[in-house]
Write a protein that binds this ligand. Sequence first.
Ligand code: HAM
Length: 424
Amino acid sequence: MSQSIQNIRGFGDVLPEEAPGWQFVESVFRRELTRYGYDEIRLPIVEKTELFARSIGEVTDIVEKEMYTFTDRNGDSLTLRPEGTAGCVRAAIQRGLLHNARPRLWYAGPMFRHERPQKGRYRQFHQVGAEAFGLEGPDLDAEMILLSGRILTGLGLSNLRLELNNLGTSAARASYRDALVTHLQSHASRLDADAQRRLESNPLRVLDSKNPAMRQVIEAAPDLLDYLDEASRAHFEALRGMLDAAGQPYTINSRLVRGLDYYGGTVFEWVSDELGAQGTVLAGGRYDTLVEMIGGKPTPAIGFAAGIERLVALVEAAASAPMAAAPHAYMVVEDPEDIQQAIALAERLRNGLPALRLQVHMGGGSLKSQLRRADRSGAAFAIIRGSDEIAAGEASIKDLRGDAAQRRVRIDALEDTLSPLCAQ
Ligand code: HAM
């Protein structure tokens, strides 16, 4: 036997027993996004490399070292999308969705980053994202944050922390950047290699360092919020007022900078303490200059994306997802010759009872072994078509979970008998 082929590291399978958790998470997103007026958009997984380089930023970790980039047969440089915002903005501009309109869009699907895989961090992972265009006020920021909170509550997750910051205008960030670089340079001997490198390219990202040896230097760094311009300060105040009025708690984290260059102004993250180092489950912020940067008319925008693997892990731990749906009934046939009739009967029952989950035993075997399979399927009842039953135009109904006595039912009365059973 030749050696079996394994999956690629960091590219997971969602196994059948995990799928209900995924469906639950996806359905709550879809329901709540729709309630807030977001429309679904489906986007390609591959885009031109330039799109990501221009929008996420040339000197970000994602673009520098995490993208799956390849040259296709035409010689074009293409990239598996590492996130959804860039493609969504590209489509919104290209398809004219921003003309005299303020679309609110959501999307879901796989994203790809060549990161070091660990718990909660994969190379293929899944996001649900939402983007809203054309409005610059803090009211939209507040609503989007409240929407994300409602989704998380809808998933049964209550132990999450909302962290909030404002990155200001690019001018404010530039003056903060200078102050930060001066501070970091004065502690140059205490910077790790990563920070040394970022000091040149993207100093704000040094604030994101998880290295405990860097903590003191980071804590002593100047505060971004002290460098905010007047308009950003007022925006932030107004947003906080709206969140307070809606009863939404948050913590201000002035070290929250996010890893993508398109952000400016409001940024936020929902964080769990139950996932170890990879605790951010949903994150986003304003990107008012991105549309223009990739060729559209200036259009303010804000969005977020959630990591589905991380949310499914939390939902499983909280046991808030519904279990996989076992069949209501499992049909067994004593004589393999009778399978044709059994299939026809099962189709008739499915026609008459749209809620019925019915599995027909296939592959033969003794009645005893078939009933063992019925039991293992998790079905509540077995429908037995033994030779006796067939001769009498009947079926036996056997309770597999409770102790109701086995009974015989006429074939033409089966729908009536099964109807109350498939109400659950
Ligand atoms: P992001 O922070 O890079 O933002 O990713 C959003 C979420 O995706 C993270 O909080 C995390 O839950 C999940 N995630 C990211 N990388 C991985 C990974 N390697 N494995 C598992 N989960 C992961 C964005 O992607 C922005 N596009 C969000 C946004 C939309 N901002 C505005 N609009």
